[in-house]
Write a protein that binds this ligand. Structure first.
Ligand code: ATP
Length: 344
């Protein structure tokens, strides 16, 4: 049986003056799953969320939440959704508990039910100790968790999380991820927008990659990685050797980069069996001693890179967009990198 689709976007278009924010976007989210809407700044993610949460009208196409049309029945849609947006909509002069109770009361939950639900959510998001302190003194991570709690006050079956961890440090990000994972366990359907590849990889059942208002790829994190043929070769030499680059150049698909110490070589390669053996043989034949060799399968960074020609920029320090190898190797294993679109 086809799982019920809790969120559907069909051919959504939206213009702001001359800017095409959405150029016909389609995606759907089956009940109880999490879809990652992944894309660089300005890709159209927030616009899609604003339309689906009834905060903006599309120019064309159709959006439904729980089968209800977002344009013709916005009030009904709002009763089914929770929204946690990038900029927390919290009153910083109230305590965490007061914020939650206020949200409950504004949603006609009644005072007693609001207090009970607030206490439950404060415990779930590990905010009980801070519950009666004003939000002004909360850390960024605590505010995001409180914002997330606020979006859950009315137990909505559908949740929109717009870049829930942007700007958070890795530890706070992990705690928000844990909170989101718990929600999925409870059967909530989530649309999560993110600029972080690792976030989509860690949380989403499926990922839709958007760029310039269009869907450019879709699949499970694994499918997207498998769709990218390029893998990455990393070789560590016992000591620098002048013939090393020449020996492996015929086996790789891109330029061979050499690390500052002259011992670490890296290059993009077409993933194929026996590649590591061929590399070791070629180096051995040139009299080059090898300490370590690794063929890394494509990460989502690689996938996005190959799809968009975009580059990945480290917060607080850029990477030359022309240097694919440098950009790729610079993001390995790190969770603090964002996608930046390359505008032509
Ligand atoms: P970010 O990650 O930066 O939030 P995004 O993927 O959410 O980016 P959107 O905010 O949807 O992207 O923006 C898509 C495009 O539409 C951008 O070029 C943006 O400048 C433009 N845009 C969005 N909202 C408006 C608006 N209210 N007025 C004018 N242009 C807008």
């Amino acid at each position: 049986m086809r799982p019920e689709l809790m969120i559907e976007a069909e051919g959504l278009t939206k213009r702001y003056g001359k800017t095409v924010a959405l150029a016909g976007v389609d995606f759907s989210v089956p009940a109880g799953t999490i879809l990652g809407l992944l894309g660089p700044n300005g890709a159209g993610k927030t616009t899609a969320v604003r339309i689906l949460t009834t905060l903006a009208l599309p120019d064309g196409g159709r959006g439904t939440v729980a089968g209800i049309d977002v344009v013709s029945h916005p009030g009904e849609v709002r009763r089914h959704i929770g929204v946690a947006a990038q900029d927390a909509t919290l009153d910083h002069l109230l305590t965490g508990r007061q914020n939650l109770v206020m949200i409950g009361e504004l949603s006609d939950m009644g005072r007693a039910a609001s207090r009970e639900r607030a206490a439950q959510l404060l415990a779930q998001f590990e905010l009980t100790d801070a519950a009666d302190r004003v939000v002004k003194g909360y850390s960024g991570g605590m505010r995001r968790r409180l914002d997330l709690a606020g979006s859950l006050m009315t137990r909505p079956p559908v949740l929109f999380l717009d870049e829930p961890t942007t700007g958070l440090d890795p530890t706070s990000r992990q705690r928000v991820w844990e909170a989101i994972r718990e929600l999925i366990g409870e059967g909530v359907t989530v649309l999560l927008t993110t600029q972080y590849l690792e976030e989509a990889d860690a949380l989403a059942n499926r990922i839709v990659v958007v760029d310039h208002g269009r869907v450019i790829a879709e699949g499970t994190p694994l499918e997207l990685k498998e769709a990218s043929r390029s893998a990455h070769l990393e070789v560590t030499l016992a000591q620098p050797h002048p013939d090393a680059v020449g020996a492996i150049a015929p086996l790789v698909s891109g330029r061979v980069s050499v690390g500052d110490d002259g011992r670490r070589l890296s290059a993009a390669v077409d993933a194929s069996t026996g590649l590591a053996t061929a590399v070791v043989r070629a180096l051995d034949a040139s009299g080059v001693l090898v300490d370590n060799i690794e063929v890394r399968q494509p990460s989502l960074d690689d996938v996005f890179f190959s799809l968009t020609g975009g580059h990945i920029e480290e917060e607080g320090g850029g990477i030359d967009p022309g240097d694919a190898n440098a950009a790729r190797s610079a993001v390995d294993g790190d969770s603090g990198h964002k996608l930046e679109g390359v505008r032509s």
